[in-house]
Design a protein around this ligand. Structure first.
Ligand SMILES: [Zn+2]
Length: 169
């Protein structure tokens, strides 16, 4: 496994255990060359899936791309790697459960957006602002207005949840 810090191919596994939901194995590794520490996840891929990009080009589906783009959107936010992994698993499961083997890049992007809305609104805003390729400030304004509506809905839902918990208690 190539070290993300120095690109050396030589690393040692220090610890290996299943993730909480048992869908993958998490390995902590230490690079033999630079001593850098990183974590890898090993998991089953049920089928080979293809992604059709907006220019019509096909690409093998790569779940790490989803994890990567979520990590970038969530940089310095209070969301850990394990949560991002779980969200990625959820997206892959949703894709697999359609029974299709080809997906458009925008279908996958939509699922990532849905996952980010649930996880962290700031990460969502960051992702969308890159993904939607806003051309001018007005586009961004309109988008932020949508976000405000979304937040209102969520606050409303949370308040209702609290109410029903109180009622049940
Ligand atoms: Zn290294």
């Amino acid at each position: 496994m190539r070290c993300p810090f120095c690109q050396s191919d030589d690393s040692q596994v220090k610890d290996s255990r299943p993730t909480e939901d048992n869908s993958s194995i998490r390995r902590r590794r230490v690079c033999s060359a630079c001593g850098g520490r990183f974590t890898t996840f090993e998991r089953i891929q049920l089928r080979d899936m293809l992604v059709i990009k907006s220019d019509g080009k096909q690409q093998a589906f790569d779940r790490d791309k989803i994890t990567r783009s979520m990590s970038i959107a969530l940089r310095k936010r209070p969301i850990d790697m394990e949560t991002i992994e779980k969200a990625t698993n959820g997206i892959v499961r949703q894709l697999e459960s359609t029974g299709e083997s080809e997906f458009s890049a925008s279908e996958i992007g939509d699922l990532v957006m849905q996952a980010l809305v649930e996880l962290d609104i700031v990460g969502y805003i960051r992702y969308v602002s890159v993904y939607k390729d806003f051309r001018n400030p007005e586009d961004f304004d309109a988008f932020l207005e949508e976000v405000r509506e979304l937040q209102k809905e969520q606050t409303h839902k949370d308040a209702q949840k609290k109410k029903s918990i109180k009622a049940a208690a």
